[in-house]
Design a protein around this ligand. Structure first.
Ligand code: PNS
Length: 163
């Protein structure tokens, strides 16, 4: 299996420092990291997909080998179409590992030419999630430790009327 490129998929609603940790670490291993803004039918979604792409591009500025893409279909189809052999997922603990293992099996079944690599969240980032960021922002709490500084104004602007 050649592994010069990988896909890091997610909702990124919005991107967090936990996501950026995985992106930076993957970018040290793979020649090209595609960050895929995908649709999760289990989640309602707060930021429109175009805004998530815009924020992710801002957050990844300066990381030379990262490309941000969007896709509305199946992850397995995207990896097939782009001939990407590795999907990278960050895991924050056993709860993530359980659901991510199921998804890895299903994705591999749909596209046997791809496999999923898990990266454990770095210490101190295991508790960070987009939903936690959204909730803190909604109540006007300080989220600057949890989101990349380039996108902080965008995230705050979305909740400005909710304070
Ligand atoms: O950040 P998330 O919400 O945990 O990411 C989940 C995501 C978007 C990667 C997942 O829902 C996904 O792969 N969506 C695309 C549709 C798909 O392929 N679903 C089957 C997964 S087994």
């Amino acid at each position: 299996m050649s592994a010069e490129k990988c896909l890091f998929p997610g909702s990124f609603d919005p991107v967090t420092n936990g996501h950026m940790d995985i992106i930076r670490r993957a970018a040290r291993i793979f020649d090209t990291v595609y960050v895929g803004i995908l649709y999760n039918p289990d989640k309602q979604g707060c930021f429109p997909a175009e805004k998530r792409v815009e924020m992710m591009k801002k957050a990844c500025e300066g990381i030379e080998n990262v490309k941000v893409i969007a896709h509305t279909g199946l992850l397995a189809e995207l990896t097939k179409k782009m001939d990407i052999p590795v999907v990278v997922k960050g895991v924050r603990g056993v709860r993530d590992l359980e659901s991510e293992t199921d998804m890895a099996h299903i994705n591999h079944h749909l596209n046997p030419d791809m496999d999923t690599f898990f990266l454990p969240a770095s210490p101190g980032l295991g508790e960070v999630s987009s939903s936690m960021v959204r909730q803190l922002a909604q109540f006007g709490a300080d989220i600057s430790d949890y989101v990349p500084k380039q996108v902080l104004p965008d995230v705050l602007a979305a909740f400005v009327n909710n304070k």
